[in-house]
Write a protein that binds this ligand. Structure first.
Ligand code: SF4
Length: 427
């Protein structure tokens, strides 16, 4: 007989679940959803992302990706020229021609994502129809999917949400009892979690997205979803519409977050409490030792999150609870309460939570609060540094492996590094 894992209530500080939110609608300073291609193309090794956009779009992903060291990167841009934009050329014909040439040159591609942009939206190029047309010719060797990464419709991490959501209709159906981890994680993180779920006896476990876009996890009424990224709300709702149920948990950031995240799956799979302790306690202890090195440096430091990646709320919880940082303001571009239901009660009730952005007003609040560290997008970092603030680019948080026990100290280091740099400059 096994004893089901008791659900251990987390110590709360009053919580932020019911506090009023400052809602702002004004000028925003956030990347568009094309940015997601930079981490998605690394994860999905048999996919290609073809942005149907302008030279601006091509420059954005190229500079966001930095210097590409791959001989053949798995993304590109089909540039819409002035003739296309003026409606003088048949952009559909041109797109089909580009796709055919690309697939002939890159026969290893199994999934081709056509990614919409502001220009393709403006000229009303129907990428859904284009995908249908190409699939009729190319399936089953290559599947063509489409989503929008346009700055009119998406910010930064919503690109991943849109990419995953467009895959949901093609996931096979199942009645099997399986765990699905939803959200892009680094391969090394997947390997660590697979070992942990194996040791706990939780499974079968599938990751969505998997390393190959063509390796599609099945979904159905007995699928349980464990969320790895807080910004995939639309994808989660599409999976729920196919019967899957979410296991509510904080995100696996830090030692505490990771333990609670694993506990949610363990409780669902009736894992024995002793087994859970034996598997997780040594790893949790090691992660806590790693964090202790940073706690001295970060405790009491005042932190301001500009709204950018939607990772702000889980990271604020981690930085406050495990490293003792003080939260000045936690901004998020969208507050999707269902996605952060287990996080909000863990923030101090005094936290100023803001949703959306009116950038000038928010910068005024930064200047008034004089926080020790501002987490923000690339566009705001330089002006803030010029004004004497210490900043951390939030984009690093989606490029770096930050989930799980083994990455907890690395995650703390991301926030400690700019403070140390500032201190060294001040000497
Ligand atoms: S999709 Fe729009 S916002 Fe994004 S780079 Fe292209 S033009 Fe700019």
């Amino acid at each position: 007989m096994s004893t089901a894992l008791p659900v251990v209530p987390l110590p709360r500080e009053g919580g932020c679940a019911d506090v009023p939110i400052l809602k702002e609608r004004g000028q925003r300073e956030v990347f568009c959803g094309l940015t997601g291609i930079v981490w998605l193309h690394r994860r999905l090794q048999d996919a290609f992302f073809l942005v149907v956009g302008s030279r601006t779009c091509a420059h954005l992903i190229q500079s966001a990706a930095g210097v590409m060291i791959f001989a053949e990167p798995r993304f590109g841009t089909a540039i819409l020229t002035d003739r296309d934009l003026a409606g003088m050329a048949d952009a559909n014909e041109e797109l089909d021609r580009v796709c055919t040439t690309l697939l002939a040159r890159r026969p290893e591609i199994r999934t081709l994502f056509l990614v919409g942009s502001c220009p393709s939206e403006v000229i009303k190029l129907d990428l859904g129809k284009a995908a249908e047309r190409l699939n009729a010719r190319l399936l089953p060797q290559v599947r063509v999917l489409n989503y929008s990464g346009s700055g009119i419709e998406t910010t930064f991490t919503q690109g991943e949400d849109n990419a995953l959501k467009c895959m949901v209709p093609v996931l096979p159906a199942t009645d099997a009892r399986e765990l699905m981890v939803v959200g892009c994680v680094a391969d090394v993180v997947e390997d660590q979690f697979v070992r942990l779920f194996d040791a706990l006896g939780v499974g079968p476990v599938r990751f969505f997205p998997a390393r190959r876009a063509s390796d599609l996890p099945a979904v159905g009424p007995n699928t349980r979803l464990l969320l790895a990224q807080p910004f995939n709300g639309e994808t989660v709702r599409a999976l729920q519409a196919r019967g899957a149920q979410v296991l509510s948990a904080p995100y696996p950031f830090g030692a505490e977050g990771t333990t609670q995240w694993l506990a949610a799956a363990a409780a669902e799979w009736n894992v024995n409490a002793e087994t859970f302790r034996q598997v997780t306690a040594p790893l949790q202890a090691r992660a806590e030792r790693g964090l202790a090195r940073y706690r001295d440096r970060l405790a009491g430091k005042r932190l301001f999150f500009m709204p950018d990646s939607q990772l702000e709320i889980p990271l604020a919880r981690f930085l406050h609870r495990e490293l003792g940082m003080t939260l000045t303001e936690v901004g998020t571009p969208y507050l999707d309460r269902t996605m952060v239901a287990a996080e909000l009660p863990l923030l101090p009730a005094t936290t100023v939570l803001s949703e959306g952005q009116d950038v000038e007003k928010q910068l005024d609040r930064v200047h008034a609060a004089q926080p020790d560290l501002v987490v923000c997008g690339l566009g705001l970092a330089n002006p803030l540094e010029r004004d004497g603030h210490t900043t951390k680019w939030s984009i690093e948080l989606v490029f770096t492996p930050i989930h799980g026990y083994d990455q907890a100290a690395d995650l703390a280091e991301i926030f400690a590094r700019p403070l140390e740099r500032r201190e060294r400059l001040a000497v």
